[in-house]
Design a protein around this ligand. Structure first.
Ligand code: TXA
Ligand code: MG
Length: 318
């Protein structure tokens, strides 16, 4: 029996269940999603907070739980390219990227079809939509069981570090959502690469696990990807970059030759580092140290994506 204050759509105090990923969890999550409730679910990048993208009230529940500014559009997850093409218009370049990288950690922003049935709160009224076919078995199982597109931003309160474990979700959103599906630590550890294919060219809106050679980096149009807000992925403590040793009171996150209090990757592998990044930021934030320092992460591709997130995490809060 549900407590009377945990009614649908409310972000008021409620009991948050954690269920290990299995058929029972998928069945329970499907019931909740079809009833308009948000559910936290692992993907290969980070844990997402999913809701039915065709139901405006359900999507409002995501914003309520996260405390997210409502101008931020959300990524919509679909099971395959065919489902994506029913929602967005794919030009040749977008389709090529989809065929090459889906299912996987790539989000494509394409023109939205008027008759797609997506609640306008999902796109914050934009004429474009961010679409992704995730590779993770949990999200795939949910998409197939629900048989509808699922909007899912990262499953953390707005401005906090993205969750790569069910325990991170619980620490950030516990009491605000009904269910977390626990699929263990996520494989990639940072959010999907976002590429816009809206005007015949490709533009990189967010760096991520996939390196897109032909996409030009977009720097100034912040409104197009509010995920580019300067202070985003933020720990509570001050963060110092490019540290080769710890100062007094610092938890040093190491990489390669910089050993650190803990290390992102002892062998200096940026892929391994990405998978551990948010996990270690969470750990450093919770540890009995006043400040956090991070070793240099040299290199292109995913190393640049890690530096991008660290720069935002280090930016002063306004
Ligand atoms: O890996 C991921 O992408 C994770 C997992 C859960 O799939 N999701 C995620 O969603 O990171 P979120 O909501 O935290 O990030 C969405 C990003 C934001 O930067 C948002 O501004 C951008 O996508 N976005 C969404 N729709 C857009 C649109 N129509 N045009 C431009 N940017 C858009
Ligand atoms: Mg996020």
């Amino acid at each position: 029996m549900m407590a009377p204050w945990s009614y649908s759509g409310s972000a008021m105090v409620q009991t948050t269940r954690i269920m290990p990923l299995d058929d029972e969890a998928i069945a329970e999550a499907t019931l909740l999603l079809l009833a308009g409730e948000p559910v936290a679910v692992p993907t290969e990048t980070v844990y997402g907070l999913a809701a039915d993208a065709t139901n405006a009230d359900a999507v409002a529940g995501i914003y309520a739980a996260k405390g997210r500014p409502s101008f931020n559009p959300l990524i919509v997850h679909v099971p395959n390219l065919e489902a994506a093409e029913r929602i967005g218009r794919f030009d040749r370049q977008a389709r090529e990227l989809a065929l090459q990288y889906w299912p996987g950690p790539l989000t494509l922003v394409v023109p939205l079809r008027a008759d797609a049935g997506i609640a306008s709160i999902v796109t914050a009224g934009l004429p474009t939509i961010a679409l992704r076919v995730p590779a993770h078995a949990a999200m795939q199982a949910l998409l197939n069981a629900c048989d509808r597109p699922l909007a899912a931003p990262s499953a953390n309160a707005s401005g906090q570090i993205s969750p790569t474990r069910a325990s991170h979700v619980l620490a950030s959103l516990g009491g605000r959502i009904p269910l977390v599906i626990d699929g263990g630590a996520t494989q990639r550890g940072i959010e999907s690469t976002i590429v816009a294919a809206t005007d015949g060219s490709l533009r990189l809106l967010r760096r991520g696990p996939i390196d897109i050679a032909g996409a030009k980096q977009l720097t100034s149009k912040a409104i197009e990807a509010p995920g580019q807000l300067v202070s985003h992925y933020a720990p509570r403590k001050p963060l110092r970059l490019d540290a080769t040793e710890a100062n007094t009171g610092e938890f040093l996150i190491g990489f390669g030759p910089v050993k650190g209090t803990e290390t992102l990757s002892e062998r200096g592998d940026p892929v391994e580092a990405a998978a551990h990044l948010f996990d270690l930021l969470h750990q450093a934030d919770a540890a009995p140290y006043e400040r956090i320092a991070v070793a240099p992460i040299p290199g292109d591709g995913i190393a640049a994506a890690i530096r991008d997130r660290l720069k935002r995490a280090a930016a002063p809060r306004s």
